[in-house]
Design a protein around this ligand. Sequence first.
Ligand SMILES: CC(C)(COP(=O)(O)OP(=O)(O)OC[C@H]1O[C@@H](n2cnc3c(N)ncnc32)[C@H](O)[C@@H]1OP(=O)(O)O)[C@@H](O)C(=O)NCCC(=O)NCCS
Length: 151
Amino acid sequence: MLRTPEPGQAAILTALCLRSKAVWGYDEAFMAACRPALTVTADDWMQSDIQIAVQDDDIVGMAQVLYHGEIADLDKLFVDPAALGGGIGRRLFEWSVETALRKGAKVMTVDADPGAADFYRRLGAVDDGVVASVIPGRFLPRLKLDLTSVR
Ligand SMILES: CC(C)(COP(=O)(O)OP(=O)(O)OC[C@H]1O[C@@H](n2cnc3c(N)ncnc32)[C@H](O)[C@@H]1OP(=O)(O)O)[C@@H](O)C(=O)NCCC(=O)NCCS
């Protein structure tokens, strides 16, 4: 079930993002460098759309979409490690697309973890170059989905 979370749940969502990111086997230093980008704060509720997936009262996934004019940026999409492979990522991605469309966005971009890039390609996104990561010297695949072709 998808729901809009409350700002009071920000710390729980940050913990989920960090837990989820760690599935790719990154070391402590890498995870510490990622922490600011994966921290959810109450301000995020004013600047973006956020959705959680809930199973048996547990939060098992979250997505966050930011907007820059007609570009929607899928800033976060994280599934709890215990719930991977069960369709939650797809459901949250579909919510992100629907929400971006409602906001009038024409394209959705995502700067993907390399391990997740094929997931986005599977769901219809195409490669659009690379972007610098928060880790100096590291680059991430940027993918985009043309929202005008979705409807
Ligand atoms: C990437 C992620 C969100 C996918 O979520 P998920 O709930 O496991 O994915 P789903 O079960 O909805 O999978 C949907 C489809 O994508 C495929 N898929 C899922 N993860 C994949 C991956 N890493 N690589 C390739 N294909 C993948 C599934 O096999 C499924 O395909 P199907 O339609 O043929 O059955 C999840 O692995 C995750 O949270 N990873 C860790 C954090 C992360 O890197 N997040 C993304 C940040 S950019």
